[in-house]
Design a protein. Structure first.
Length: 131
């Protein structure tokens, strides 16, 4: 965890308040493979939108790739699945994530009311098919 107010309790990573985020560093890093997806299960409340960011683990290249998500169910567990090839560079959206890159961080920004909250149960990277 980043230690900026996230809590880990009973196996859940949680965070409250719009403008805040839940984040952690991978150890070891994750290598992007063709056909790979990022899946995570979360329960949200008072969220209008989430912004998921993942960061490269490369000296002198700390690029951030992001994807915006809209929760479909208020207060219920749901699984989010995003193809890594769909993540866009935050500063240059024309650049997409490519196989071979190393990822080091997961950061989920909360957008909504002051009561906005997220609980994350699990996060996984899965290779589902060749592209």
């Amino acid at each position: 965890l980043y230690g900026d107010g996230e809590e880990m309790k009973d196996g859940l990573l949680s965070r409250t308040g719009a403008g805040n985020y839940a984040a952690f560093r991978y150890d070891p890093t994750v290598t992007v493979l063709a056909g790979m997806v990022l899946r995570f299960r979360a329960r949200t409340r008072a969220i209008t939108q989430l912004q998921l960011e993942v960061f490269l683990d490369k000296p002198n290249d700390q690029r951030c790739f992001s994807q915006r998500l809209k929760p479909a169910k208020e207060g219920e567990w749901q699984v989010f699945e995003i193809r890594l090839a769909e993540f866009a560079d935050k500063l240059n959206p024309a650049l997409k994530m490519t196989p071979g890159q190393l990822l080091r961080n997961f950061k989920l920004h909360l957008e909504g009311t002051a009561a906005a909250s997220v609980e994350i149960d699990w996060v996984e990277y899965v290779r589902i098919q060749e592209e």
